[in-house]
Ligand binder design. Structure first.
Ligand SMILES: *Cc1c(COP(=O)(O)O)cnc(C)c1O
Length: 373
């Protein structure tokens, strides 16, 4: 059996230190808003290369707080538009709609699977306030062109870095999460930097945004029993912060394992039914997932064939956000909205195992099976 991702094995990789960190917090008697959060936030901000990191409950909340903070700060108002890739995990879009902002969906490029920077400018209107890029699958999604558009039209650049901890932007060597005005990060257990439960963070260099996010995620309060905003309880707990601080020390090592697996796939998969996304320089892909596209309606067949042979694969994602029931009646989701590339990806994408615990023999087995399909 080659599982898609065994969280048990992932935790066991650094099990002794994780258990030690958890016990330390359990025995400390201090479970929220303490030293573990302070330390992890400092280390994570340093790792990402941003001035501030603010822990919060999960990645969806991190993105929600960024937009909400911009609204509280008067930078955006409900009804404003945010350009966002149409093929993403739905959380990116929920964070926009949750705040009464309007998502303007942009097609990805079939070759990169990331937002198509040739198609962004035509979507900009006087109501556009931000471009959200998602470094989907761990791949760099920001380009010099996107940065130039943000400058030209005075737009905020928001990064969804939920899948790309450790990914680097080629032109400057900066880590993703430090390139835009603000970034949302997820520490969902399966992510490259995963907690033992939910967790998230916002990174930014903007002190006003950082303060607003921290306040919103703590009931809207800076001072006990004094409430500035109608916030929520969306904090990262001390146990998760302590676990994340351990795992952060091994993130580069875990990511280089992912890169070895991915490079093996690139060098050896040769089935003509399968196409691989454009190969990026190693640093520009954190290989959270290894997506392939399977032609001629054979994606589900390949999934089942691999499953029968003991290999776990997953689809990211089988139904595009604009096809979801929750957005069926959304005003922006018009019948004219045409997103053929997004729909092709939803129909053809399959993710191969690429986690930090898959062995070289297992990787070779996956390739042999695919090439014999
Ligand atoms: C996982 C994920 C999120 C949400 O993170 P949670 O911690 O699960 O709330 C947001 N965006 C993308 C692209 C993700 O993959």
């Amino acid at each position: 059996m080659i599982p898609f991702l065994s969280l048990k094995d992932v935790t066991a990789l650094h099990g002794a230190e994780i258990n030690e960190a958890v016990s330390r917090v359990v025995n400390s008697g201090w479970y929220l808003q303490g030293e573990e959060n302070r330390k992890f936030e400092e280390h994570y901000a340093e790792y990402i290369g941003s001035r501030y990191a603010i822990g919060c409950a999960n990645g969806l909340d991190a993105l929600i707080w960024i937009f909400r903070a911009y609204i509280e700060l008067g930078v955006m108002k409900p009804g404003d538009e945010v350009i966002v890739p149409a093929n993403t995990y739905i959380a990116t879009i929920l964070a926009i709609t949750e705040n009464g902002l309007v998502p303007v969906l942009c097609e990805p490029k079939l070759g990169t699977l990331e937002i198509d920077d040739d198609k962004i400018e035509q979507l900009i209107t006087p109501r556009t306030k931000a471009i959200t890029v998602v470094h989907l699958y761990g791949r760099i999604a920001i380009s010099p062109r996107i940065i130039a558009l943000c400058r030209k039209y005075s737009l905020k650049l928001v990064e969804d870095n939920a899948q790309a901890h450790g990914c680097v932007y080629g032109p400057t060597g900066q880590r993703t999460g430090s390139i835009g005005d603000a970034a949302g990060h997820s520490f969902y257990p399966g992510k490259n930097l995963g907690a033992l439960g939910d967790g998230g963070a916002v990174t930014t260099d903007d002190p006003a945004l950082a303060e607003a996010v921290r306040t919103l995620a703590n009931y809207g309060s800076q001072k006990k029993y004094v409430f500035r905003y109608t916030g929520r309880n969306s904090r990262l707990d001390e146990i998760q912060a302590a676990v994340l601080d351990v795992k952060l020390r091994y993130l580069e090592q875990d990511n280089s394992h992912r890169k070895e697996v991915a490079n093996y796939y690139y060098d050896n998969i040769s089935n003509p039914l399968v196409s691989l996304p454009e190969r990026l320089p190693d640093a520009q892909n954190a290989y959270h997932l290894f997506p392939i596209l399977v032609a001629e309606g054979k994606r589900d067949e390949l999934h089942d064939y691999l499953a029968e042979n003991g290999v776990g694969t997953m689809i990211h994602y089988p139904i595009a956000p604009h096809r979801q029931e929750c957005y069926a009646k959304a005003a922006w989701n018009t019948p004219q909205l045409s997103l053929p590339v997004t729909e092709q990806i939803a129909a053809e994408e399959l993710s191969l195992p690429v986690g930090p615990t898959i062995t070289p023999e297992e990787t070779a087995t996956v390739v042999d099976l695919i090439n014999r399909f």
